[in-house]
Design a protein. Structure first.
Length: 631
């Protein structure tokens, strides 16, 4: 059956299209208007057809995405993987294979979706399941079409990759890439600029080729007996002399799509942040709510994808309509009255799609559910555990051991009689000794003060300990992060030498590390004992901390962000966050990638850390997603 063609809305099986429009803004406007009108007129069927293809995409791609997540998380043993680590994975053989494989499948599934939507928009008589089936009937040729294009793009990239390789060998060969990225000397910028220029030329050529092949899918659909190779050749003929107009049309569509999608995504994020900010931080509540919000966001993203592909398909169809002059629809539509009454095709299609989707989700959950995550984050008792014992005391060290802290952070200073004492403040005011500085008082004078009674009667008589006493108390049961607190530059050498010697004499070099706000002290400690790890404490910093020559950074929790942690990772440097006394900060800091959490209350932080680590991989990913939504 066939009917008269409607101007600017549909085609008949052998209707005559309008003459090709001139390469002008008017032609672009006409194509866009035709596309939007066509989508609006067939909105319900377009929506359902696009939804069917999105469900198919989900069924195919969800297990692949889950497999990719599994590879990433298995490699690093945690749910939070940074940009630097993702880049390393994609440059590895498994990562490259995954990228090519998943990319090819994405191309194939979206080609099918475009074909089905074009078939639907071209004939007003078709129902969505007929268009879906029509595209599926061309599966082999459409997949072949996609593979041919991917192969050409890859072959086109070969000389450009070779050129980038020559730039690398000429400018960067023999240089440490980490050092180049961090230090960024002149040759780094020259190489990066040349590489970007070469990549830019490739992008322009690939975009030109994309436009030349823009009509390959409608050629397959509407011109009889076209192979995938012939469709590409026919598209090249139809687009000859029209590339500027096609580029302007696609760019206009892209601009509208990006702006509308950006607005919708921003609104969805605001709503998600508002909801998550009001439900509290209990994991039993937060995780289910996060799952619901993720489903809602997925629905929003799916709707944006459906709108984008529907309007893209309609636009390309409109542009093809202008270029072809006369369109032949080789495959007659199956009208509703012609459908076999015994076979409810619509319900068969729906049932099949639902089954595929459920099966894909089950496979995805199985892949993730079998993971074993081991997010190794250590806990340091700040000032040996300032909430559960007098800070920097032997009693606090013993309590930190009982609380299962991995490390204790302590502060070491020199007294007037050249003894090493463990205390934080540079004067004695807070422990009842007046305004005298530590380096102006003798050890006996300092130890005459009772630092235990103000904390609690059970600690009455506790004294400021010497460094040797703390080393003895920690022994092999608790590792020490020793902060050097020199009293001016003249104290850097004597203090550092005394502390390093005490550690060596106790035989605890493998159980201690040195930290300080004095970079000079750290460098001196490394000269004296290269086996010691050293870390810089940054309360306020100007410049890039990741450029420092240290083993770890100690920063405030608000500064422990993924950008810094990724830069530090390039230098094989850890980031430790202080002072964390809220359990709600633990999971976000893990997701940022910190290696150590410094806290006054190791018990509280250990409880939340254990709670996070006990989550299933799926729930762990939900928690990670929650933090991203609230970022």
């Amino acid at each position: 059956m066939s009917g008269p063609a409607r101007r600017d809305t549909s085609w008949t099986s052998r209707g005559k299209a309008e003459a090709p429009l001139k390469a002008s803004l008017a032609g672009i406007s006409d194509a866009i208007s035709w596309a939007l009108h066509g989508v609006r007129e067939r909105l319900r069927d377009v929506f359902v057809c696009s939804l069917a293809f999105e469900i198919l995409n989900l069924a195919v791609l969800a297990p692949l995405a889950a497999a990719g997540f599994r590879l990433l998380m298995q490699r690093w043993g945690r749910a939070s993987v940074g940009n630097f680590e993702i880049a390393l994975f994609l440059l590895s053989p498994p990562g490259l294979a995954a990228l090519v494989g998943i990319g090819s499948l994405i191309v194939a599934t979206h080609f099918l979706e475009v074909a089905g939507l074009m078939r639907l928009l071209a004939d007003r008589r078709l129902h969505w399941w007929s268009a879906f089936g029509s595209a599926a009937g061309l599966f082999y040729r459409i997949v072949q079409l996609g593979l041919r294009q991917v192969a050409v793009y890859l072959l086109l990239a070969v000389p450009f990759l070779a050129a980038i390789g020559i730039v690398y060998l000429s400018l960067w060969s023999g240089r440490d890439l980490n050092g180049l990225i961090i230090l960024r000397p002149a040759e780094f910028w020259i190489g990066a600029g040349l590489g970007a220029a070469i990549a830019g030329i490739y992008v322009l050529l690939a975009a030109r080729q994309f436009l030349r092949w823009l009509f390959a899918i409608p050629v397959l659909l509407f011109e009889s007996s076209q192979s995938s190779r012939a469709a590409l050749q026919r598209s090249t003929e139809l687009t000859r002399g029209r590339l500027p107009v096609l580029a302007a049309a696609i760019a206009s569509w892209g601009f509208i799509q990006v702006c509308s999608a950006g607005l919708v995504v921003a609104l969805a994020k605001i709503v998600a942040e508002w909801i998550l900010g009001r439900i509290g931080n209990s994991l039993t509540v937060a995780l289910p709510v996060t799952a619901v919000l993720l489903l809602a966001n997925a629905a929003v993203l799916m709707a944006l994808s459906m709108f984008g592909w529907a309007t893209f398909s309609a636009l390309v169809l409109g542009l093809y309509r202008q270029a072809a002059g006369e369109v032949l629809i080789a495959r007659e539509a199956i009208l509703p009255e012609e459908l076999p009454s015994r076979i409810p095709l619509r319900w068969v299609a729906v049932t099949g799609l639902v089954a595929l989707c459920v099966g894909g989700l089950i496979v995805s959950g199985g892949l993730l559910g079998q993971l074993q995550l081991g997010e190794a984050v250590q806990i340091t008792a700040h000032r040996a555990g300032a909430l559960r014992g007098p800070e920097n005391s032997v009693a606090a060290v013993r309590q930190a051991i009982a609380d299962r802290a991995d490390w204790a952070e302590i502060d070491v200073q020199r007294t007037a009689d050249d003894k090493l004492v463990v205390m934080h403040d540079i004067d004695l005011a807070r422990i009842g000794g007046g305004k005298r500085r530590v380096d102006q008082a003798t050890l006996a004078e300092i130890q005459s003060l009772d630092i235990g009674s103000p904390f609690g009667p059970q600690f009455a008589g506790e004294k400021v300990p010497t460094f040797a006493e703390v080393l003895a108390a920690a022994g092999r049961e608790l590792r020490l992060n020793v902060e050097l607190k020199p009293h001016g530059r003249g104290d850097v050498g004597p203090l550092t030498e005394r502390v390093v010697a005490a550690i060596q004499n106790a035989g605890l070099v493998d159980r201690c590390r040195i930290c300080s706000q004095s970079y000079e002290s750290l460098q001196r400690a490394l000269e004296l004992e290269p086996r010691l790890q050293v870390g810089f404490i940054a309360a306020v910093a100007v410049g890039d901390l990741a450029r420092l020559d240290v083993d770890f950074l100690m920063v405030g929790a608000d500064r422990a962000k993924r950008a810094l942690i990724d830069r530090a990772a390039l230098q094989e440097m850890e980031v430790h966050a202080w002072t964390v006394n809220s359990a709600d900060q633990v999971a976000p800091l893990i997701d940022e990638g910190v290696a150590n959490i410094i806290t006054d209350d190791p018990v509280l932080i250990r409880q939340r850390l254990n709670e996070v680590q006990a989550l299933s991989p799926v729930n762990r990913l939900l928690l990670r997603a929650r933090h991203e939504l609230m970022r």
